[in-house]
Design a protein around this ligand. Structure first.
Ligand SMILES: Nc1ncnc2c1ncn2[C@@H]1O[C@H](COP(=O)(O)OP(=O)(O)OP(=O)(O)O)[C@@H](O)[C@H]1O
Ligand SMILES: [Mg+2]
Length: 346
């Protein structure tokens, strides 16, 4: 019995250790990813490639705010993941001479969490709330007065003796980031002075981003290869960064100091990278329209039901890249897959 239980506990210990190890490995990987991403993050406007309209407007707003010695108006940044929302917020903080304080909608549990964060801000700080569409309602309401009046109302005490206390905040700028603009409630959305939409990067911009990344990672890259990587990266810098890093290993394995066509061919096959940057979800969505609906124009609500996804997810996450690549078309009658799109699903 004693032996059995000691065996049991040692088994548990091993299992727990393994889980712990897995957890630690995952955490380490996460930290490595974050470090890797930080190392590649442009720190000033001069390093930030593309998003021209957004950047030009932003530079005007920043210079105006600085001249008036006011904080920059609150900004809502929307767009698919990995296009540079966090990066741009860092640049804004740098330009405004404040600190960037980063949190996210799901990380803020209680009103007290947000109150503590808001009251710890200093003049000109930028409070960045990622995934702001996932903020809980009472916290969202706290933001209303914080954004409008630079003050929050806290309830102190309980029951009949409870009192409302107003705390003032330093002038700060809130930057909210979201992948789902359609999920932001009207009253919150209206309190942002600027709503900026990130666009997918053009092919030539992606190529510049790829070449910049290769330079920072100290690996040469041939123009053909940087073009191939740009096309396979879903017009998304985070993805192209990852591919360049992976292909650097493939080049080094062949004792090459340059990523070339051949490195791309070998690496893409080994890693299952699609030449057009498509994934299984994209193909499944196109296939649904072509096969289930015979490529007759399909309305969004029918597609939501057939694909089991919310309208916002389809319109803001799945479709933009397919539209940009010319694989899907939105017509007044509904969605249709283009000839190029049909080729992808056969
Ligand atoms: N305009 C750009 N020029 C060069 N590199 C960029 C640009 N935008 C993004 N990157 C690169 O892409 C990486 C990912 O960007 P970032 O983390 O800012 O995306 P995000 O929009 O905040 O993504 P998420 O929605 O997942 O939070 C950065 O580390 C940076 O290296
Ligand atoms: Mg981000």
């Amino acid at each position: 019995m004693a032996i059995a239980s000691s065996l049991d506990s040692s088994q548990h210990a091993t299992k727990n250790n393994n889980t712990l190890k897995e957890g630690v490995t995952e955490k380490k990987q996460h930290i490595t990813e974050k470090k890797f991403e930080r190392g590649l993050r442009p720190e000033s406007f001069s390093e930030f490639i593309g998003q021209e309209t957004l950047v030009n407007n932003l530079q005007v707003f920043i210079s105006g705010a600085k001249k008036r010695k006011e904080p920059l108006s609150h900004m809502l940044l929307s767009g698919p993941p990995g296009l540079g929302k966090t990066t741009l917020s860092g640049i804004i903080a740098y330009e405004m001479g404040g600190n960037l304080r980063i949190t996210s909608g799901p990380a803020l549990e209680k009103s007290g969490d947000l109150a503590a964060l808001l009251t710890s801000l200093k003049d000109n700080d930028i409070l960045f709330i990622d995934e702001i569409h996932r903020l809980k309602k009472p916290l969202e309401e706290m933001l209303y007065s914080a954004m409008e009046d630079f003050a929050i109302d806290l309830i102190v005490g309980k029951g009949a003796g409870a009192k409302s206390m107003r705390l003032s905040l330093p002038p700060f700028t809130l930057i909210g980031a979201t992948t789902k603009l359609g999920s932001i409630a009207g009253p919150l959305r209206d309190r942002f002075g600027n709503i900026a939409k990130f666009q997918f990067y053009e092919e030539n911009e992606m190529q510049k981003i790829v070449e910049r990344t290769a330079k920072i990672l100290e690996i040469g890259i041939e123009p053909n290869a940087s073009k191939k990587i740009s096309l396979a990266s879903r017009s998304t810098p985070r993805i192209s960064n990852r591919i360049v890093r992976q292909l650097r290993d493939f080049a080094h394995a062949e004792n090459l100091s340059v990523i070339n066509d051949e490195t791309c061919r070998i690496g893409f096959t080994a890693l299952g990278i699609d030449n057009l940057g498509l994934d299984e979800h994209d193909r499944e969505y196109l296939r649904l329209i072509v096969e289930t609906f015979g490529n007759q124009p399909v309305g969004i609500s029918t597609l939501c039901a057939a694909y089991s996804e919310e309208k916002e997810t389809i319109e803001e996450i799945i479709e933009p890249y397919l539209l940009q690549k010319g694989l899907l078309r939105r017509t007044p009658q509904g969605r249709v897959v283009t000839d190029a799109g049909k080729e992808v699903v056969v």
